[in-house]
Design a protein around this ligand. Sequence first.
Ligand code: AMP
Ligand code: GLY
Length: 428
Amino acid sequence: MKVLLLGSGGREHAIAWKLAQSPKLDKLYIAPGNAGMASVGEIVNISVNDFPAIAGFIFEKGIELVIVGPEDPLVNGVRNYLEADERLQGLMIVGPGKDGAILEGSKDFAKEFMFRHGIPTAKYVTVTPQNIDEGVDFLKSVQPPYVLKADGLAAGKGVLILDNLDEAIQELNSMLGGKFGKASARVVIEECLKGIEISVFAITDGINYRILGSAKDYKRIGENDEGLNTGGMGAVSPVPFADEEFNKRVEERVVRPTIEGFKKDGIDYKGFVFFGLMNDNGNPQVIEYNVRMGDPETEVVMPRLKSDLLDIMVATAKGELDKVPFEMDERTCTTVMMVSGGYPGDYEKGKVITGCDEVEESIPFHAGTKFNDRGEVVTNGGRVIAVSSFGQSMQEALAKSYANVAKISFEGAYYRRDIGKDLLKYCK
Ligand code: AMP
Ligand code: GLY
């Protein structure tokens, strides 16, 4: 089978790495990809949002299956675009259409969806310049901290959590005034949830679903969760505090009603669903939906998938997810992200990366890397390489990740040394 994967991060490297293990894969193209993915497929220089070029490439190469990694093209309607192309009849696509992707593209839509289908989530109000008063009343009625969210996609930066009421009112005005451009023309104000965050991943063909497990990521740049937010500095899967009872509640109260909700609303959702949850004393509450896998969570979830990912992707596209084997590895997988010095602020690119071939018993998933003119692998983004490892215990997995991180170097490299540390108390 000929497959095209869209994306260029560590998430897509992990998906590509897993697809490449399938005996049924004839050819894997990745657009635009990165240097690491060149060892598992052919890199194609097409942007994920250049739909005419993507459609032309699929037609020209006779591609049968497309897997969409990031949210942007999904929210922009890549599925709808490809489905409307008469040359591409029968093309299989993993990734929801616009009607499903709006679950990530609009926080207001996601909240309405959850309330409509009885899925546990924080109380909220959606505010536009026409009903600012309602927003202010809501802020006054809840306990701090105050949670303000830009309705639309804001590259992960559109959520503000503020301790002070006056500041919250001021920020509400500034968001509605265009702080995040069009994304904050509407603002969702939510009650602040208490508990520990955890993500759960599922794949659905619109009827059936399979749970890929839980993961925890580490969003802040600094140790002890200090400093600025990043795309994610490391991850652990499964999460040791997610016991059988909690997982059962997530499935019954969140995953199943979401898939049922798609059906009731007439959304033909074929793709990954990322449930961002708060574990409130064993009770899951949904913080957000994403319509894709997480990054770096994919770098710890994909290695745990024992079954053939290509079979699962084809079954997802065809609505036959109930007919293929699906098994997850019980062991823990951890990843530690190496980033460019200065990230998430300004940083330099083009630093030569060495040591990846010395890695043993870990998988170095590339994020922001490329080949330079001399054919060397160099840094090409803030997040550079995620080093993933298995262990019988979380500690063992982390020890392997850190031992291998130490072998990889590039000028200015930084990583957090405390990935998983907060979870030790939950480990047996
Ligand atoms: P989101 O983009 O919706 O995932 O929000 C970004 C981050 O803000 C989340 O990962 C949480 O850490 C935090 N957050 C969002 N909504 C809430 C909430 N209602 N209560 C507490 N924390 C929240
Ligand atoms: N690591 C968080 C995300 O992918 O959104």
